[in-house]
Design a protein around this ligand. Structure first.
Ligand code: PLP
Length: 412
């Protein structure tokens, strides 16, 4: 193909997929849907078909596709300044960090880009805090994590993954992590020693299938960390920023971690923007030259992030997720015994285990896509429903009707 043929956006599904297959690394197995535009909770494909987005880019599009307030900020900032690197100040960084710190009830923000970078940065901060504040001897620090975690894809992060497909062939791995069963605070208590610097958990495990821990888990982790002078790090990259019906999933249990890791929706579905948020006693361990990122906290991302924080301060999306989440969960639970085995989650975030006799999660995702509903399977037989929080009750009803008839058809 000539350059002219490859750079024009393809106008058919088959042509777009062929081009992806030929030139994009095969590290994903996407559904055969080729997005061309999107508004609110709806995606339109290259052939004009419309789909109800029930994935929201893994919660990165919490506030809806093309959210007008966010897009207006992006336009304004595109015309002002987009990138200066941290070699200079910008007039957008301070307001963003101040707003986000305030939202989190913390002192300081370390802005990064992807979620994995926020996790890596959180790990570095915890180790440096261990060295400088807790006086853990060099090279001895350990961090306790949860089995079946998902925190991203870098070498250090996959070093403590329990998913073999995330690890196979990627060694050697980073030492210093201890993995114990999720939801088991006794196991965390048993794993803590004098060299433990942090406990790192997703408050609700996302990629594992929207696993909600027992009610005493996070409060107990909070108490254990405080008693043992260990940092509690909450990876709220997928669970945070209104997804579960609260600003942070930790809020459901009244737990305040020492470090919040944020990403995805922080960038408003427009730019990659992530952050480590903590008090000065923790983030203050970083000195010039010890950590950084060329794009971290760039003016475009900072402006968008500030608008996202303003939206969250109003609380409307938290309320929508809480109210519509009850509706979504009630409708999904009504399908138990009709092809659905179990429903978990909080707010507009549901993990649905389907009866494998009706097909795999992937097969049901494909059947749903044909009916105009986009969901994502995980772990073989779990479907994830995580629509943009702008979705309406009627749209939820329509998606559930499509799901019910896809299950019905698969059972025939
Ligand atoms: C809880 C959690 N942490 C970290 C990440 C990694 O984020 P990113 O894909 O932006 O690197 C994800 C992505 O799904 C996630 O769900």
């Amino acid at each position: 193909m000539t350059m002219a043929e490859t750079v024009a956006p393809p106008s058919s599904t088959a042509a777009a997929i062929a081009l992806d297959d030929a030139y994009a690394a095969h590290n994903y197995a996407p559904l055969p849907v080729v997005a061309a535009s999107a508004r609110g909770a709806w995606i339109t494909d290259v052939e004009g078909r419309r789909y109800l987005d029930c994935l929201a880019a893994y919660s990165a599009v919490n506030f809806g596709h093309h959210n007008e307030e966010i897009i207006a900020t992006a336009h304004r900032q595109l015309d002002a300044v987009t990138l200066v690197s941290r070699a200079f100040h910008s007039d957008r960084l301070g307001p963003f960090c101040a707003a986000l710190a305030q939202l989190c009830g913390k002192d300081m923000v370390l802005p990064m880009n992807s979620g994995a970078e926020a996790v890596e940065s959180g790990i570095k901060v915890a180790r440096k805090w261990g060295a400088d504040v807790k006086s853990v001897p060099a090279g001895m620090a350990n961090i306790i994590v949860a089995d079946k975690n998902f925190h991203g894809r870098t070498i250090s992060i996959v070093s403590f993954s329990s998913d073999e497909s995330a690890r196979g062939g990627f060694g050697p791995f980073t030492p210093g992590f201890r993995s114990v069963p999720f939801g088991d605070s006794d196991a965390v208590a048993a794993a803590i020693d004098e060299h433990t610097v942090a406990v790192l958990v997703e408050p609700i495990q996302g990629e594992a299938g929207i696993i909600v821990p027992p009610d005493d888990y996070l409060p107990r982790l909070r108490a254990l960390c405080t008693e043992n002078n260990v940092l509690l790090i909450a990876d709220e990259i997928q669970s945070g920023l209104a997804r579960t019906g609260q600003t942070f999933a930790c809020d459901h249990w009244g737990v305040v971690p020492d470090i919040y890791l944020l990403g995805k929706a922080l960038g408003g579905g427009v730019v990659p923007l992530s952050a480590v948020v903590a008090d000065r006693s923790v983030l203050g361990v970083l000195n010039p030259g010890e950590h950084g990122s060329t794009f971290g906290g760039n003016p475009l991302a900072a402006a968008i992030g500030t608008t996202v924080v303003e939206i969250l301060q109003r609380g409307e999306f938290q309320s929508r997720s809480a109210e519509l989440g009850l509706h979504l969960h009630a409708r999904l639970r009504a399908l138990i015994g009709h092809g659905v085995l179990a429903v978990r989650g909080m707010g507009l975030w549901a993990g649905v285990d389907v009866d494998t006799r009706l097909g795999t999660g992937k097969q049901l995702s494909l059947a749903l896509a044909k009916r105009g509903v986009l969901v994502k399977d995980t772990h073989g037989s779990t479907l994830r429903f995580a629509p943009p929080l702008v979705i309406t009750a009627e749209e939820i009803d329509w998606a559930i009707e499509q799901f019910a008839s896809a299950l019905d058809e698969a059972g025939r």
